[in-house]
Design a protein around this ligand. Structure first.
Ligand SMILES: [Fe+2]
Length: 321
């Protein structure tokens, strides 16, 4: 049986200066601090009972791993079986309050972990008097850069039963980007064509568009306009409202809201033509070059960063996803 993945769980990002990260994530964006040590911050949105973002001090910025929550302890044994069947490196690890994680390196070089048990924290959803910043609710999805979107999609569909909701294709039927879900909205994982493996962004859910505007206002008022990379706007793909930010280490963070329900087992994926200007921003706005070209390096199984491969699919920057 395939491991039953419930949803995106957490990301661990390497950062160079924890105080600079704290000013961005905590002081301006209002993330709730679950725990802190000399070398790490554990953060969550106001809806979350478990931390969803760990920032860990490291000499080089990068991604330590992306993690998914599974439906029970037995699912972790299924992840191990799957890793063995595919010949993937795996080991058991732990993180704070997560006593058992199974970490693999997927066939495309991404470090991915799975866990079930997680320490719960005080419910904050209705503690409105404690909200700060734009009121970040929860982790929503990961987006990664891969030179083989089709192959990566097939692996996650076959191994973990990720389901396709939307995709971009060129006139020759080649897949340039894919949006895959487990939890019932447009995606837990998006795949973007490009030099990889790299992390493109992690995204957090906000309650509404006003909260996204408020995030932009907060950054502007704090003279941090260089942290706003793209938007606010509405995506064609996913129909969501968004703004993309860059943290002090260059990690890209999307604030995201208002996509749609995808739980029907017979949901028909939406195909977007690579030439349709509405797919990235429904209103047709151009996307900055940095958004296509820049991403975070990912850690290899034995440490260090995974070597990069260029994508065989080349195009103008506005035609990349
Ligand atoms: Fe996204």
């Amino acid at each position: 049986m395939k491991p039953n993945v419930v949803r995106v769980g957490h990301a661990v990002l390497y950062v160079k200066d924890l105080e600079a990260s704290r000013r961005f994530y905590v002081d301006l964006l209002g993330f709730n601090v679950v725990h802190e040590t000399e070398n790490a911050l554990y953060l969550r949105g106001y809806e979350e009972r478990e931390w969803s973002l760990k920032l860990e001090v490291h000499p080089e910025p990068g991604l330590k791993h992306l993690a998914y929550k599974v439906a029970g302890e037995a699912e972790l044994d299924r992840v191990i079986d799957l890793a063995k069947a595919h010949g993937l490196p795996w080991r058991e690890e732990e993180e704070r309050g997560r006593p058992r994680m199974v970490r693999i390196q997927d066939p495309f070089g991404f470090p991915v972990a799975f866990y079930y048990r997680a320490e719960k924290h005080e419910r904050l959803l209705q503690a409105y008097h404690r909200y700060r910043g734009p009121g970040i609710q929860r982790l929503d999805h990961f987006n990664v850069l891969t030179p083989d979107v089709q192959g990566t999609y097939q692996f996650y569909a076959e191994a973990f039963d990720f389901r396709l909701t939307e995709y971009t294709e060129d006139d020759e039927g080649r897949m340039w980007a894919a949006w895959l879900h487990r939890k019932g909205n447009v995606h837990d994982l998006a795949l973007t064509n490009g030099t990889g493996p790299r992390l493109h962004h992690i995204a957090f859910w906000l309650p509404d568009l006003h909260a996204i505007i408020r995030a932009a206002d907060i950054l502007a008022a704090a003279m941090q306009t260089d942290r706003i990379e793209r938007g606010p706007g509405r995506h064609g793909i996913s129909n969501a409202m968004f703004v993309y930010l860059r943290d002090p280490d260059g990690h890209r963070v999307e604030l995201y809201t208002s996509d749609y329900l995808t739980v029907d087992p017979d949901l028909e994926p939406i195909r977007w033509s690579l030439n349709d200007p509405r797919r990235q921003t429904l209103w047709g706005h151009q996307t900055p070059k940095s958004w296509f070209l820049e991403g975070s390096r990912v850690e290899g199984f034995e440490g260090g960063f995974v070597a990069l491969k260029d994508s065989p699919l080349k195009g103008l920057p506005q035609h990349v996803t």
